[in-house]
Design a protein around this ligand. Structure first.
Ligand code: PA5
Length: 446
């Protein structure tokens, strides 16, 4: 039931000897991660979390999810980056990208506070009209501007609709255990609160309350999700690349980077993977992209994007390698039936399932891209269920940390994210930024 890595479609540019030559570096990265001697070692709590998570809080998450399912038709989840992508990715992967149109016994789940768009905020407010609503606000720092603005708006909305006391029973907060504005508000108002552990950074937090509360509200099986991550944690203890597919993938990425492949295109033939790819992009982009280094993480959903990006991948700049996420068995199937007049010429597919056709499209693409000079890796994921997904999440988190150490960067900080914030605060006239404002306005106007 594990995630399997193979590099059959990159075998002409990568060899077993290259993997072997990386073994000492992978050993060193493994030691740094497990012994806490690497950069950012205060943030490696996610490594053992699937075993060590707080059981009491976990039961409270389940209880709150049940309450929300019973008293709400809509859950609004407020958060950005690592406080948003994981929950949405898991919900769409387990149910469908159309979850909100299909859910019957569970609330619709809308996401807010992940942009500064006024029109999107107005749309989410409109979607709440006439329905019973709960709000889950998630921010580790408790001070991030996008969710802070969204929460100011939704707090007022909830209090106007339900009165302060009932609103407080419908607002859930996930934040730091002791610091931040959000923590102060939650304590003052008496919201049900959950903790983002100090030692787990935002983009590694999907298996904490950050992801688990919204995921549990959707009806997905969080026990199986955690069990999948726990099994993966056990499976990836051995640093021997020949026995550890997670480290093998990390080593393969590192080899591609050394061969000047600056872009990794993560692809899947299942639309349910689209948000998981966004989560992956944040995980790898924020972890690796620093000190003028790193592989740029990009994504496509095939065959959809073969009709938009396929031309570039096949024949454009040779800057990329691909990683195909092959999800084996997605549950539901549709079979093509024979049609007497065969006007569309598709009778050669009589009796074949769409899954079979999709599989052939993937094989055809792998071969075509190999011919076009794009090396590809394949990750076989055993199913579209919670256990497989929990495993895959852990696989990517650990691979990302190992890749970052192989690259020589700290996988757990994101100093570059501050640059736009400083400028935005200065331009908005936030107290304390007066001199910077003048300089920036001169640059903008000159
Ligand atoms: O990975 C990270 O740490 C970031 O992407 C954060 O998740 C994101 O910036 C949101 O931060 P916060 O949860 O503090 O609001």
């Amino acid at each position: 039931m594990s995630v399997k890595f193979n590099y059959k479609y990159a075998a002409d540019v990568i060899s077993e000897e290259e993997f072997e030559s990386l073994q000492p570096f992978v050993n060193a990265a493994h030691e740094m991660l497990h012994n806490g001697t690497g950069a950012g070692s205060d943030f490696t709590g996610w490594l053992t979390w699937p075993d060590n998570y707080d059981r009491e809080e976990y039961e409270r998450i389940k209880k709150s999810a049940e309450k929300i399912r019973n008293d709400s038709q809509v859950l609004v989840v407020i958060g950005i980056g690592g406080s948003y992508l994981g929950a949405r990715a898991v919900i769409e992967y387990i149910h469908s990208p159309s979850y909100n149109l299909m859910c019957k016994d569970t609330p619709q789940i809308f996401f807010a506070g992940n942009s500064l768009s006024g029109s999107e905020m107005a749309n989410v407010l409109k979607l709440c009209d006439g329905k019973d609503v709960s709000v889950c606000v998630i921010s580790k720092s408790g001070t991030t501007t996008e969710p802070a603005i969204a929460f100011r708006i939704f707090k007022e909305y909830m209090e106007n609709r339900y009165g302060k006391m009932e609103a407080a029973k419908r607002i859930y907060c996930v934040t730091d255990k002791s610091r931040g504005t959000l923590k102060t508000i939650a304590e003052r108002e008496g919201y049900e609160s959950f903790v983002i552990p100090d030692e787990i950074g935002g983009r590694y937090s999907v298996l904490t309350a950050v992801g688990l509360l919204p995921i549990a509200v959707s009806g997905a099986d969080i026990d199986a999700l955690m069990a999948g991550a726990r099994d993966a944690a056990k499976a990836y203890q051995n640093s021997d690349i020949s026995k550890n597919d997670c480290y093998r993938y990390a080593a393969a990425r590192s080899i591609m980077y050394r061969k000047n492949k600056a872009v990794e295109l993560l692809v899947s033939f299942e639309p349910r993977f689209a948000l998981m790819a966004e989560w992956f992009k944040q995980l790898f982009g924020e972890s690796e992209g620093k000190d003028n280094k790193g592989i740029f993480p990009a994504s496509c959903i095939y065959s959809t994007d073969l009709h938009s990006m396929g031309q570039f991948v096949q024949e454009g700049s040779r800057i990329m390698f691909e990683t195909f996420v092959n999800i084996e068995g997605t549950g539901k199937e549709i079979t093509i039936k024979k049609n007497e007049d065969n006007g569309d010429g598709l009778n050669f597919l009589d009796g074949e399932s769409m899954g079979y056709i999709n599989g052939k499209a993937m094989q055809g693409t792998l071969l075509a891209h190999a011919d076009g000079g794009v090396p590809s890796f394949v990750l076989d994921v055993p199913g579209a269920d919670e256990h497989s997904l929990g495993w895959l999440i852990y696989f990517f988190e650990k691979a990302c940390a190992i890749c970052s150490y192989l690259l020589g960067v700290n996988p757990f900080n994101q100093p570059g994210v501050e640059a736009y914030k400083r400028n935005m605060f200065a331009l908005l006239g936030k107290p304390g930024y007066e001199t910077e404002r003048e300089v920036l306005e001169k640059r903008l106007n000159g």
